[in-house]
Design a protein around this ligand. Sequence first.
Ligand code: FES
Length: 189
Amino acid sequence: MSDCCHGTDNWEELERGYRAMLPADVLAFIDANRAKEHSESMLIATLHMVQGHFGHLGPGHLEAVAQLMQVPLAKVTGVATFYHYFRLQPRGRYLINVCLGTACYVKGAEKVAQKLTEELGIHFGETSKDGIFSLESTRCVGTCGLAPVVMIGDEVHGPLSPSQIPTLLEGYLARAAEDMMANSASEPK
Ligand code: FES
């Protein structure tokens, strides 16, 4: 993959392909700022818009942003990987947010977090291979009386001990399997 291909004979064709990968509001933002100096903050704003649309930043999105903004791909990738709020993988069906606020922390949130990473086989910021779970951490979710707390989607679980994690995850796996079966049953034959 080259960092920039504006000098190539088929740039117009390539540009059409890159533009097809991004939503209209992002293209309008890039076009409006094309003549300006591309500061890092403008690049970050563009990546936020792309992530807001797709939920994550895939390799194709990064390449399209780099080419259309005329910024080296290495710089775009560097920014996307440096800031923790950018996601490079699609989010799983269920987002698990472990509260690491003070009340949860003193009640053992770290051990709960450790158990989750072991059970899921992923680190914070990652998505399980089956695409079911994404693991993230958060600060106080406002239910300190239930500490330590884990949010899965918009459901709050607490107080939780590490030994409860496998059963909790199994419940969501069963729910995901049921949803998938219901969806495949409703698909036209
Ligand atoms: S610190 Fe976890 S809910 Fe308040």
